[in-house]
Write a protein that binds this ligand. Sequence first.
Ligand code: C5P
Length: 313
Amino acid sequence: MDGRTPLTVSATAHAKVNLHLGCGDVRPDGFHELVTVFQSLSLPTTVTLTEVLRGDATGHVAGLTVSGDSAKHVPSDESNLAWRAVIAAVEAAESKVPRVATVHIDKSIPVAGGMAGGSADAAAALLAAREFFELPLTDDELLGLAADLGSDVPFCLLGGTALGTGRGENLVPVLVRGEYHWALALAKGGLSTPEVFRTIDRLREEREVPRAAAPDDLIKALASGSPDQLAAHLANDLQPAAISLKPELRTTLRAGLDGGALAGIVSGSGPTTAFLCRDREHALDVAAHLATSGTCAATLTASGPAPGARIVQ
Ligand code: C5P
């Protein structure tokens, strides 16, 4: 120890829901061509890098810890996406600052739930790493690194509401009026994203599965600020695949609608289900109904759009 106070840098990022997820065919690289509208939700993750002052510490990351409701399901080794994000940022910028960090993730985002929990950790970690290691990376370079880490990571950096194409990494912000309120039902256990994508391919081989039209009306509804209008246009092409892997999601979706939600949808690749509500009170009512329905493991409420990744002072 050299007696200094260790440098600490924290950054936050948020969960997402896909208001529209149009899934095209599988590409030669194994990814699917998407047309999606993301909205970030007020469920944060905070990634903190703390300087290790021991002279014997080597490498850039000395260890990783996780706190929060789903901490025990998150890997705390080099396979963690936040750890990989820090290393990717340092290597891309060839940092000249000889610092070593421990990484701490404090997350309120369900794991393997279709809400970009791991991607939000990675986005916050990229931003924190740029500051901590004083990396000369532009925002565009950070977005490029984000896309290499995962299809949803660029959106978690940007936040707000955005149209995503390609794998979901090409983003254009969407104009939104007002705030939207959601009740979220968490399922028992998660779903594997690759398995959900494989399942939609299989279902499409077996039968005609309807595909969502372009999200033009949804984008108009977002500009109107009316949750009722938005409710009519929520769409997710992955929903039949998620339901085929977890048939109980059908019951959860029905329970949310019985509880008065304006609309319900599987979030991304699932299995979290998201219910659009009129306002905050309504979201609390719908969540309370879902909690007593016995059709889900837990409930949350959230609002969107939430901001993109930010350094926390
Ligand atoms: O990009 P990310 O690592 O989050 O993707 C996880 C997996 O989800 C991919 O390996 C792929 O199987 C599937 N995926 C896909 N098409 C996308 C995004 C993800 O098939 N656009």
